[in-house]
Write a protein that binds this ligand. Structure first.
Ligand code: NAD
Length: 250
């Protein structure tokens, strides 16, 4: 057990599965109170129960991050439950429609912007309200390698993740003087349920894009997020950190 985050309160969206679940678990292992949030109530409650069974202090609140009202309520409920909001990881996201740009549907575009980009603005806005009153806080936004480069067939996802990086930089500049650090993390392809619909052939093609020769693990992303969330990263803000097995170095 590492106690870097002892007594702090951490909020994780999309924490019922994959990367968010690994982050919630590691926040808890580092001593934080954890608000587990997701649209998936069944799996989300299971994660909170798992953290508590391991000796942590976790709660679950269902929230759809595409809805600003639910984001505001989630932040309020976190503060009501634990008394503060010191750390937030805006992680929830979807893969969205896969299509070339000219064939991409208007509905698919709207959906990916709502869930993968607008959500980060909504969460950030209400998290900042609380952190400004506290005079401190650390926020990590879950971007992607596709927040730095493009790829064929995912224009919505790529645009949303690039937008998130720009928002991270802007908010970091605005709130650095107020004691709030905001960073983005850019995973390569990580073996989570998000990739479960891909065929073995496509998975192998993705593996080949990573010089390390495999997909990443959710825990490997979580380790970076925990460091960025902790006081050990006290001089780090407005940064984009890849955790990508060398994908962007190619
Ligand atoms: P995942 O599908 O395992 O988990 C995503 C979680 O987000 C799920 O529990 C889902 O219920 C939740 N979610 C979806 N829509 C939501 C909404 N509207 N409101 C609240 N919760 C919602 O996926 P993952 O791989 O763990 O992805 C987590 C984040 O990491 C996403 O933002 C994703 O874009 C990003 N990411 C993933 C990969 C990868 O290869 N897996 C790579 C780069 C970035």
């Amino acid at each position: 057990m590492n106690n870097d985050l002892q007594g702090k309160t951490a909020l994780v969206t999309g924490a019922a599965s994959g990367i968010g679940k690994a982050i919630a678990l590691l926040y808890s292992q580092h001593g934080a109170n954890v608000m587990v949030s997701d649209v998936d109530e069944t799996q989300g409650r299971e994660v909170a129960d798992q953290l508590n069974a391991l000796g942590g202090n976790a709660r679950f609140v269902k929230a759809d991050v595409g809805d600003p009202v639910q984001c505001q309520q989630l932040v309020q409920e976190t503060v009501s439950a634990f008394g503060s909001l010191d750390i937030a990881c805006n992680n929830a996201g979807i893969g969205g429609e896969m299509n070339l740009t000219a064939e991409y549907s208007l509905e698919g575009w709207q959906q990916i912007m709502t869930i993968n980009l607008n959500s980060v603005f909504f969460c950030l806005k209400y998290e900042l309200d609380v952190m400004l009153k506290q005079g401190k806080g650390a926020i990590v936004n879950m971007a992607s390698i596709l927040g730095q480069v493009g790829t064929s067939g995912s224009p919505g996802y790529v645009t949303a993740k690039h937008g998130m990086v720009g928002l991270t930089q802007t908010a970091a500049i605005e709130y650095a003087p107020k004691g709030i650090r905001i960073n983005a993390v850019g995973p390569g392809y990580i073996d989570t349920p998000l990739l479960s619909q891909l065929s073995p052939e496509v998975k192998q093609q993705l593996i080949d894009l990573h010089p390390i020769g495999r997909l990443g693990k959710a825990d490997e992303v979580a380790e970076l997020v925990i460091w960025l969330s902790s006081d050990k990263a006290s001089f780090v803000t407005g940064s984009y950190y890849p955790v990508d097995g060398g994908y962007l170095a190619r």
